[in-house]
Design a protein around this ligand. Structure first.
Ligand code: TXA
Ligand code: MG
Length: 339
């Protein structure tokens, strides 16, 4: 469905990318109401948003991303009151959303009938998140309807952490992208399955750790990861995902491969004696900074002159913490495609 609203009032410096002025955000809310797709900033990664209650608009997300229809989408809301219209909210769900919303946490809950099947891939549950990014919040506030939004990358490629990443991937096929700057977290939200509240489980690790969620719920939250959801073939759960086009291999800091002319070596922290093709996410290896820069540096090097990429991966990571989230993305990015 194409918008006939012409163009947002305030233009940006580059085509398809628009500054987040209030006039533009009101205009984008109207475009979304009519069924258009819009690239939106969040604090985790950029999203490819559509009106979550319009099945045809949501279908456009799958087409543009090249995403299989059996992979469900995350629904984004502005206010906690919107949640009860979309899902059955348990006491446990209220407890975690009170502590972590708005923020990088997605709850999987039993869905209500108004949520279209295309959003949940026919599952009886829906994934919902209230983002903390001020631009996303202002836009969602103008919308007054929920937005379905997966990460704004072609299916299987590295997630986007800036408006230019989104433009690089889709060009004129996505003429509406809102510039909210670089994502402060840089990794997708933690997903907790609370559809069986007595058995909470983390499906995808992120910035909110299993330990924080266990403390909030007063019960052990297991990190079941991919095993639990293989049946639904969730994209973030597939063996291969978040992948550069170039060959990517991983190493532990305990076993660093020698430098080589055609290969970029990527470290968490600046090596003591950096070589010509060495790169690092953070001067001192701070894990939050590694997370923030992870996808950006992988994208840059994927476009750069090196033939191959070698990247450090955490050699020890307690299940469900930030090191585990970083390791999870890197292992999938480096996985070979299953035929
Ligand atoms: O940080 C984020 O979560 C970003 C931003 C844009 O909000 N979104 C994001 O969406 O990462 P996406 O589509 O790339 O990943 C959503 C994940 C998928 O692995 C999907 O299968 C899972 O959420 N998911 C969605 N609904 C689900 C459900 N009902 N049960 C289990 N997993 C679900
Ligand atoms: Mg994704």
């Amino acid at each position: 469905m194409a918008s006939d609203l012409q163009a947002p009032p305030d233009r940006g410096a580059s085509s398809f990318v628009y500054p987040p002025t209030s006039a533009n955000l009101r205009w984008f809310a109207e475009a979304l109401r009519r069924g258009d797709l819009v690239g939106i900033p969040t604090e985790t990664v950029y999203g490819l948003a559509a009106h979550a209650l319009l099945p045809e608009a949501c279908r456009g997300i799958f087409e543009l991303k090249g995403r299989p229809l059996l992979d469900p989408l995350i629904v984004h809301i502005a206010h906690q009151e919107q949640l009860k219209d979309l899902a059955e909210v348990s006491v446990q769900a209220e407890e975690v959303l009170k502590q972590f919303w708005p923020g990088p946490l997605t709850l999987v809950l039993p869905k209500r009938s108004c949520v279209p099947d295309i959003v949940t891939a026919g599952l009886p549950t829906v994934a919902v998140r209230m983002p903390g990014h001020p631009v996303a919040r202002e836009l969602l506030g103008y919308c007054e309807f929920p937005l379905a939004a997966p990460s704004a990358n072609p299916f299987g490629y590295i997630s986007p952490t800036s408006a230019s990443h989104v433009r690089d991937s889709f060009g004129g096929r996505l003429p509406f992208i809102i510039d909210g700057g670089d994502c402060s977290i840089g990794l997708e939200s933690t997903i907790i399955d609370l559809s069986h509240p007595e058995q909470p489980a983390i499906l995808r690790p992120g910035a909110i750790s299993a330990a924080e969620l266990s403390a909030a719920l007063g019960t052990e939250v297991a990190y079941t990861g991919p095993q639990k959801v293989t049946a639904i073939l969730a994209p973030g759960m597939l063996d291969k995902h978040y992948s550069p086009h170039k060959c990517l291999r991983l190493f532990s800091i305990l076993d660093v491969p020698p430098p080589s002319a055609d290969t970029a070596r990527i470290f968490f922290a600046r090596p003591s004696e950096p070589q010509k093709n060495d790169y690092w996410f953070s001067e001192n290896g701070d894990l939050s900074e590694v997370a923030t820069k992870l996808f950006r540096l992988l994208r840059e090097l994927d476009k750069g002159p090196h033939q191959k990429l070698l990247c450090e991966v955490p050699h020890m990571a307690p299940a469900g913490d930030l090191a585990a989230a970083i390791g999870d993305r890197l292992h999938r990015a480096a996985a070979k495609s299953k035929s």
